[in-house]
Every structure is written in C-alpha cells, then in structure tokens.
Design a protein around this ligand. Structure first.
Ligand code: SF4
Ligand code: SF4
Length: 283
C-alpha cells in the first residue's frame, strides 16, 4: 500500500507527521519526495549506500537542417525555446524534457541530449526503514524529473500486498506534489486549525478529489487555533484520522532533531493514524 503525506502549504508539520509515523511502525519504505529541501534524513538518519544520477533530456539543434520555422518554440509549453535572428535559443533550466519540440520539428533538426539535474539516494535508516530521497541541483526550474526517477528507483520492487510505503510529499498543490502523490492508495492531508490552514486544506482537497485518491485529515497542533477545520470536515464528510496536540517538550526535542514518537503518549497517536489508514485502504 502506498500512503502519501501531503499539505497545501509548508510549515504545517507534514514531515513531523511522516517521520514519526515511520518511526512508530518501523520496517517500511520511506520516500522523501521534497527534492528541493529534503529534511527527513535529519531525523531518520539513513546510512546512504547508493546514489543515482538523474538526467533529463533537452533539445540540441542541428543547424545544418534547421530552417528557423519556429514550430518548436510555438509547441513548447514551458517557453524553453525561442527562435530569433537565425538562432534557436534553448533555455535548458526551463526545459521539462517532454520531447515535443523534436516531435514537431518538420526538418528532424532536434536531437535530445541528457543533462544532469539531480541525484537519488538510498540507505537503511533507524528502525529498519528503507529510506529514499532525492536532491535537485541548484538553479533547476522543475523538480518533477528528479521526483519521477526517485519514485521509479524506490518502487522498482514494490509489491502492493507486501509493502507499506510512506511518501513525504513536497508542500503545495502544484506539479511536484501531483507527481509525488499520483499512484497513491491513500493520502494523509496534514493541516493546522487556523484560517490559513483551512484555506490551504481546501485547495489540497480539490486536488486529491480530482485524482480520486481516498484521503483523510490529520490536524497538527490540535489543541491550538479554532474550530473552523472541524466544521469544514463535518460539512464535507471528510474523515478525521488523527489529532496531534502541540506539546512544548516535544517541540524542544524536535528542534534538536529528536523525533516525537518516543515522547510519552505520542507513539500511540502516530501508530493509530497509520492503522486507521490501513483499515480504510482495505475497505
Ligand atoms: S522546428 Fe526544427 S526547423 Fe523549425 S526552428 Fe525548430 S529546430 Fe529549426
Ligand atoms: S523538450 Fe519539451 S520542454 Fe523542453 S524545449 Fe522541447 S518542448 Fe520545450
């Protein structure tokens, strides 16, 4: 079963929830897909044994064939090409490697060349966790190819009946999140009981519903804030699968890189979330 942990914005405690669920359960596969700012490794302490280079394709123009017709630039949805003054300008960092320009070129003047954009890392972490994450090279416009490769490596021997996989998604509701959560059997949406938390949760719920992924909500810092989220969940008939209270001692430990799961009373809360998810996934 693949379970994604996502949130409509950063700072809701999404990674806190993911790593503590992982540590409470142990012996699962954990994939940190926030390749722009991976931080789960700080808490799960993997011993990285394996790295893979991630490459994406970008167009190279053969000027012996190019007629400067501009069809390639017209087709590119990412503005990665421009044709001017008998030149085809390629903005590599904007290129998503989709290959459309080479497909539409009437002169077959475009070859696709590999370019290094990031890495994928793998190792054994605390509590027998099979840990995977990725690192995007600085200056790259899109993390999507690195997330795709990370998932391809991490899930190559995945068996739905046998494996529990936890994916820590990047924050937000754009392409990297969608790449991260697609193919999930369930999504845990993490939010906080504040008006901002509610607004971002609503956006995330729209995305998840579009993808028809079953989901439930975990409210972090549940003892702070207001009741707006609870009313929304009730009105929308959305399952509340967990509440994690704010705890001063827990926050202090967390700021030192010590996870919450072995603080009195928390372990059970995190275990209950994933048990509930597994039960919901079997329905
Ligand atoms: S589509 Fe092909 S021929 Fe036309 S400008 Fe682009 S590379 Fe040149
Ligand atoms: S490969 Fe796709 S994104 Fe890259 S330049 Fe060509 S059309 Fe644009």
């Amino acid at each position: 079963m693949i379970v994604s942990v996502a949130s409509g914005k950063g700072g809701t405690g999404k990674t806190t929830i993911s790593i503590n669920i992982a540590l409470s359960i142990g012996n699962l596969k954990f994939i940190d897909t926030d390749v722009e700012e991976p931080n789960a490794h700080i808490f799960l302490k993997p011993d990285f044994q394996e790295t893979h280079k991630v490459e994406t394709l970008y167009p190279e123009i053969d000027y012996n064939k190019c007629t400067f017709c501009g069809e390639c630039a017209k087709a590119c949805a990412f503005n990665a090409l421009a044709v001017a003054n008998k030149k085809v300008l390629v903005f590599k960092e904007l290129c998503h490697g989709c290959g459309l320009c080479s497909y539409v070129c009437p002169e077959k003047a475009i070859a696709e060349i590999g370019r290094h954009v990031g890495i994928v890392r793998h190792g054994k972490a605390l509590r027998g966790i099979d840990f995977w994450d990725g690192l995007l090279n600085l200056g790259e416009a899109t993390p999507v190819p690195t997330i795709k490769e990370l998932k391809r490596y991490a899930l190559k021997d995945y068996n739905k009946e046998r494996d529990l996989v936890l994916i820590d998604s990047p924050p937000g509701t754009s392409c990297p999140v969608i790449e991260s959560i697609r193919d999930s059997d369930y999504a845990i949406l993490v939010t906080e009981p504040t008006p901002y938390g509610l607004a971002d949760l609503k956006l995330m719920v729209e995305v998840i519903r579009d993808f028809k992924i079953p989901f439930g909500v975990v409210i972090n810092k549940a003892n702070l804030g207001d009741r707006g989220i609870y009313t929304y969940l009730q009105d929308e008939n959305i399952e509340l699968i967990g509440e994690i209270p704010f705890d001063k001692k827990g926050a202090e430990l967390y700021s030192k890189g010590i996870p919450l799961y072995d603080v009195d009373g928390f372990k059970e809360g995190f275990e209950n979330i994933i048990r509930k998810v597994e039960d919901l996934g079997r329905k």
